[in-house]
Design a protein. Sequence first.
Length: 250
Amino acid sequence: MSGPAEHYAEGVTFDQAEFAIRCEWGLRGMRELAPISDVVVIVDVLSFTTALDIGTSRGGIIFPYPLNDASAATYAMTLDASLASAGRGPGFSLSPGSLESLPAGHRLVLPSPNGAAISFAADHAVVLAACLRNASAAGRMAARLGSTFAVIPAGETWASGELRPSVEDSMGAGAVIAALPGNRSPEAELAVASFERFRDDLSSALRKSSSGKELMERGFELDVELAAEWNVSWNVPRLMNRAWVSALVG
């Protein structure tokens, strides 16, 4: 009796090309969908893209980086930028609340293993960042810039390094997709269904999620509440010359 197949059938593609709106998880999802999409939208609600929305809305210039180690400090030096505190330490960090005081023009390297890693690897003409706070604004901006869309929920990372799909990023992706024109792939429809299921009480859903509970237990309840705010921002971060800047001024 033969074992499970180790390889996908030759010629099978996973780019959802017959649909205008595509959705797939993580770095691999971005690499599958981006080449045939006009616009890539990265979603990492807790907390990278929420932090981007807050930081760039204040005029900050934020450089993504996939690792938070000695190489991040070296990278920051080459960019004449400061390095965010590891984790959610003092000063500017991955905590969205910490970026509410980011000065205009401040150059910040912001590492994370999920949203920042995907951003750092993105090689596409139009890459936007979205979260619940700016979901409709991001959808409208994307629709002005193209007609086919790759919406990429970042997910979280297990200690083993494997992708952990997360409810908050599914909801965030769905909120963006709901604002986009065009026919949706089943994967995109599933994300919208997730958003619609929880849209009447996003705060409760995020607080009860695994990621939300982790942050609250560490004392970052404000970050969860900031991430749960829906359509409170008209700012849309765009990746330009390796940096996230506000599309309103970039």
